[in-house]
Design a protein around this ligand. Structure first.
Ligand code: PLP
Length: 365
């Protein structure tokens, strides 16, 4: 008997998450300078860390000998202020990935099932599998969530439905009316985890106050992150907003100190940095236009995206990915998401987008 047989079969069956290639790794492999590489592979904010967050980080460094505030009071207050929610409706996470896991841990057992879409964020099947629960993947329609089919896939064993809106890696978006109708139709025994990691990038005209829905739907969990528009991906901080009952259960399975002191302080400051958020949003809109026009000029098809990234179709995606790496440009292959002919590129600085497009033109020639 091998030591790996000691783990339950549902753990052994997990296929590990494949992150974007780090700059340092490509520099090592290719023997080139890190500064000559651009990474557009993990939907990070190309402007980096907000100035207000940088100051908060400096201010907290002297206190790192102490444990963090396990209740995250200061950050919860900043969130309460911004979204008008009570502090007992908030669950803090080590990234929103942690929050997604907490929802699975609090609500799924091996007897239960969870529903999510084909081409949806890879963490949902991982979180579900880790609990030994059954994952039901519903075929997408034109790469987007098919809400009717998802509703039909719900069984008496289903406890959780995951929806990413906008979705990663497709960038597709479900409008407010369709989403609200879906939530209204959910049976009482099902919780909806609505993952809004890219919410802040939504164009103004499609935004809805989903937080206001929490008062009407006690089975709604909204997950958000500081990793994307707020520029704190390396610190790992995210949060869920839910009814106090649901938040209370998720907090019971949370590690007591899951969010570190630097992350707590930086996140509270970043949430209040309206100038930085606006600049990041505008940079993304301009960059999205630059990249999608560039893709069209190259004769490539892309999936219109509501996030800070766009997935496009190429012949021989694996080969194009490798040739881009050789040019020092890191994008993301998404074959693992059932999209072997697509690559995903994150929107970068204007100069990064331009270099990506030039390198891509050579890579597909
Ligand atoms: C990036 C992303 C997250 C956030 O991950 P963090 O753990 O908060 O860094 C969550 N959901 C989706 C769909 C994402 O793309």
């Amino acid at each position: 008997m091998s030591v790996s047989d000691l783990a339950p079969s549902h753990i052994r069956a997990i296929a590990p998450y494949q992150p974007g290639k780090p700059i340092s790794e490509l520099a090592r492999e290719m023997g080139i300078e890190e500064s000559s590489i651009i990474k557009l592979a993990s939907n990070e904010n190309p402007l980096g860390v907000s100035p207000l967050a940088q100051r908060a980080i400096q201010a907290v460094l002297g206190d790192l000998g102490r444990y963090p505030d396990g209740n995250g009071f200061e950050l919860k207050q900043a969130l309460g202020e911004r979204y008008g929610v009570a502090l007992d409706s908030i669950v803090l996470g080590n990234g929103s990935n942690d929050v997604l896991d907490l929802a699975a841990r609090a609500f799924l057992t091996p007897a239960d099932a969870a529903v999510y879409s084909q081409h949806a964020f890879a963490v949902y099947p991982l979180a579900v599998q880790a609990m030994g629960a059954r994952g039901i993947e519903v075929p997408a329609r034109d790469y987007a969530h098919d809400l009717d089919a998802m509703a039909k896939a719900i069984t008496p064993a289903t406890r959780v439905v995951f929806i990413a809106n906008p979705n990663n890696p497709t960038g597709t978006f479900v409008g407010a009316d369709a989403l609200e109708a879906f939530i209204k139709g959910l049976p009482d025994h099902v919780l909806l985890v609505l993952d809004e990691a890219y919410n802040e990038y939504l164009p103004v005209e499609v935004r809805t106050d989903t937080v206001a829905w929490l008062r009407r739907f006690p089975n709604l969990v909204i997950s958000r992150t500081l990793s994307k528009v707020y520029g704190l991906a390396g610190l790992r901080v995210g949060y869920a907003l839910a009814s106090p009952e649901v938040a209370g259960l998720m907090n019971r399975v949370r590690e007591p100190f899951n969010v570190n002191s630097v992350a707590l302080a930086a996140a509270a400051a970043a949430l209040r940095d309206d100038d930085f958020i606006r600049a990041s949003y505008e940079l993304n809109r301009a960059g999205m236009t630059q990249i999608t026009e560039g893709l069209t000029a190259l004769g490539l098809k892309y999936i219109p995206s509501y996030g800070n990234f766009v997935s496009f179709e190429v012949e021989d995606a694996a080969g194009v990915f490798q040739r881009l790496l050789q040019a020092g440009v890191i994008v993301r292959p998404i074959a693992g998401y059932g999209m072997p002919n697509h690559l995903r590129v994150s929107i970068g600085l204007q100069s990064e987008n331009a270099r990506f497009l030039e390198s891509l033109e050579r890579a597909i020639a």
